[in-house]
Design a protein around this ligand. Structure first.
Ligand code: TMP
Length: 186
């Protein structure tokens, strides 16, 4: 039986993007060559606001508009680097490169003390994962770029991590490509 402890947090309204290799929005925004290995992990901040398209913001914006305190940001940055180190190692062990990912954090009181903890999911929906040898994308870019085989890719990640048994009855399914769906004319 699998169990999970759920804790309710007050979410910090920031998406923390961690990049080890440049791809996606940063390559378009700054003209960096796709696949450039960064000399150190880069943390970027985006305001969580769908209506505004989750705009990129600076640490100064976060402090001026009180979206988080300096203490919280410093704690979060430390946690991010540890999580990144852990995840790079975990994925490297199963032949996957951790390219980038998104994290969220939340406020919670533990024993009367204000703490900040990791919140929300970490999954191939929120990470870029490339096969170490072939650089095949094993993440949501398969959907974003209409590459197909989304579920087989997610299944492959789960199997390599040993969280889905090889003999599992979850098998690859044919995913209808969005481009092949005929829309009804109005
Ligand atoms: P980006 O290159 O589009 O900025 O994305 C960087 C990483 O953050 C990528 O792994 C996808 C993830 N991400 C999310 O999970 N949710 C989001 O809303 C955004 C903007 C990025």
């Amino acid at each position: 039986m699998r169990e999970q402890i759920i804790k309710l947090v007050e979410i910090i309204p920031i998406e923390f993007i961690v990049r080890n290799v440049a791809t996606g929005s940063i390559t378009k925004r700054l003209g960096i060559e796709d696949g450039t290995v960064l000399k150190e992990p880069l943390i970027e901040y985006c305001l969580k606001d769908d209506k505004l398209g989750d705009p990129l913001i600076s640490e100064e914006h976060i402090l001026v508009f009180d979206w988080a305190s300096k203490t919280e940001i410093d704690k979060v940055k430390k946690m991010i680097l540890r999580i990144n180190d852990f995840m790079i190692g975990m994925f490297r062990g199963v032949g996957i490169k951790l390219i980038d990912f998104k994290l969220e954090f939340g406020r919670i009181k533990i024993d009367g003390k204000n703490e900040v903890i990791l919140a929300d999911e970490i999954s191939p929906d929120t990470c870029r994962l490339w096969d170490s040898i072939t650089e095949k994308k094993l993440d949501k870019d398969r959907f974003r770029k209409d590459l197909g085989d989304l579920i087989p890719a997610y299944t492959e990640v789960a199997k390599r991590l040993g969280i889905l048994h090889e003999q599992s009855n979850v098998s690859a399914v044919n995913v209808t490509k969005l481009s092949s769906v005929k829309r009804k004319k109005k």
